[in-house]
Design a protein around this ligand. Structure first.
Ligand SMILES: Cc1cc2nc3c(=O)[nH]c(=O)nc-3n(C[C@H](O)[C@H](O)[C@H](O)COP(=O)(O)OP(=O)(O)OC[C@H]3O[C@@H](n4cnc5c(N)ncnc54)[C@H](O)[C@@H]3O)c2cc1C
Length: 453
């Protein structure tokens, strides 16, 4: 049986891995020249790796880690010390370190020792966040009608902790502010963070997400008989009388014939290829409820090291929300002799919120980033900036605003030979690499079950 998959992000690649393993004849079409979607990385003219975005793997990413093992990339990422590090003005840092105890004591004791929260914050958090720690999936779902800020205030947790601790988490997770993000995903994260020590540790790719994950996935799929086509942009479907797909047409006019078709496109792209006739069905019209979060990633190459922190960092009151010196965190890339690196720091910074940056010239954005870098890393004032890059993604992951979760579609559509995969489709994670991997597994399992029945 032949399956055509459109979109070679983590979701499309995961679906392809599952389906080649089950013996399907798989063809994967990607519109760009690089695979990986939001995880893609490419080389610029100097041979430097340009990332779509800084990516980390959480301990709780069981599905993604299973795929990494399966494709022979299980050693391609490195766990870092288990702590949240906040870069403060003038080179200071503050920490939220989990104590080496079983959960929830690891978090409670760790939280009490944290230096950037006041005693009032700590007491208000322990009292206020208890419903999140004690809650289950059903409770989190029931809180989807309000923003996280509303929930936080309702539970009398302190304003300072909202701005200092949780704003950074909201911006890191979904690139939107706590007064925009739904309470639901934030509470889900607290639950993990507060009750499962191992789930919240994080790792960096040894090299970069493309070389360490996407390339091994590509090789695995092709080794197992799958075919991958780049420059393969899906434009529309031609339908049979019963509304099922007869063939999929690419931008160069080539028509793909298959027994089943999977869209692993992001939500904003899938809307562009849906036949109008399908929109009468709620399953498809619901897709118009999703809007992508704008985000940008900036990379700065310095001639000297400006930090020695081997971990993810957060900061508050700066143009960047999360960042890392990838010359330290990713030891197999960005090193002296590779591209333009002279062994100095290579900062990879996620800029969020970013709605106001989308139309701003890149050199102006870079100036703003450098000002904040000088403020947070005084050593940078004496380092030479060798080069910089900015990647803007106007519609990245879907905005997890209140009341949108209920519109996430199942992978099985009402059209017999059409399926959806992608981080926005229904699975237990928010939009993330793990969410995309889970959607890939679920679509393959559901397609297989339908074929067998
Ligand atoms: C800056 C940034 C930082 C992030 N950091 C993290 C992190 O640290 N950890 C984490 O877990 N997640 C992170 N994410 C989220 C994660 O990258 C995404 O959730 C995940 O990669 C989405 O995968 P996907 O396959 O669902 O979609 P995508 O990656 O969007 O893949 C969709 C693919 O479809 C292709 N496509 C689109 N239209 C067509 C068409 N018409 N025909 C054919 N192909 C088409 C696209 O080119 C793309 O390759 C981050 C995202 C960004 C933007």
């Amino acid at each position: 049986m032949k399956v055509a998959i459109f979109g070679a992000g983590v979701a499309g690649l995961s679906a392809a891995i599952e389906l080649v393993d089950r013996g399907y004849d798989v063809e994967l079409y990607e519109k760009r020249k690089v695979l990986g979607g939001k995880v893609s990385v490419w080389k610029d003219n100097d041979g430097d790796s340009i990332e779509s975005g800084l990516h980390i793997i959480f301990g709780g990413y069981e599905q993604l880690q299973t795929y990494l093992d399966r494709v022979g990339a299980g050693e391609n990422y490195l766990w870092k010390e288990h702590s949240l590090i906040y870069a403060e003005p003038d080179g200071k840092q503050s920490f939220f370190r989990k104590a080496n105890l079983p959960s929830p004591w690891a978090e409670v004791i760790g939280g009490l020792q944290t230096d950037f929260l006041t005693l009032r914050d700590k007491i208000s958090l322990i009292k206020g966040l208890y419903p999140a720690l004690a809650g289950n999936e059903e409770y989190f779902r029931s809180q989807d009608h309000m923003t996280y800020s509303e929930w936080h205030r309702l539970h009398r947790a302190s304003e300072h902790s909202l701005q200092k601790l949780w704003r950074a988490i909201a911006l890191a997770m979904n690139f939107i502010e706590p007064n925009v993000i739904s309470a639901r995903p934030m509470l889900t994260i607290f639950k993990y963070f507060g009750t499962d020590y191992a789930a919240t540790k994080f790792a960096f790719f040894r090299k970069n997400p493309s070389d360490s994950m996407i390339e091994p996935m590509r090789q695995y799929i092709q080794r197992n008989g799958g075919k991958i086509f780049i420059d393969g942009k899906l434009t529309h479907f031609e339908l049979n009388e019963d509304n099922t797909i007869n063939r999929a047409v690419l931008s160069d006019g080539y028509a793909v014939k298959a027994d089943a078709y999977i869209s692993a496109l992001p939500a904003h792209s899938v809307k562009k290829i849906l036949p109008k006739k399908w929109l009468r069905r709620q399953y498809f019209s619901n897709l118009y409820q999703f809007t992508g979060s704008p985000v940008a990633n900036c990379q700065l190459w310095f001639d000297k090291k400006i930090t020695d922190t081997d971990n993810l960092m957060f900061s508050q009151g700066t143009i960047f929300a999360t960042f890392a010196d990838v010359s330290i965190t990713c030891p197999d890339d960005f090193q002296e002799g590779m591209g333009t690196s002279t062994g100095g720091s290579v900062m990879s910074l996620v800029l969020a919120p970013a709605h106001h940056l989308m139309d701003m010239p890149n050199d102006v954005i870079t100036e703003l980033v450098i000002q904040d870098i000088h403020d947070r890393f005084p050593k940078s004032r004496h380092a030479r900036l060798l080069k910089s890059s900015i990647v803007k993604i106007p519609q990245s992951v879907y905005k997890a605003v209140p009341e949108v979760d209920k519109y996430r579609p199942d992978q099985v559509s009402p059209i017999d030979n059409f399926y959806l995969a992608g981080d926005y489709t229904y699975q237990r994670y928010l939009a993330s690499m793990e969410g995309a991997a889970l959607s890939g597994r679920q679509v393959a399992e559901k397609l297989h079950a339908r074929v067998k029945s």
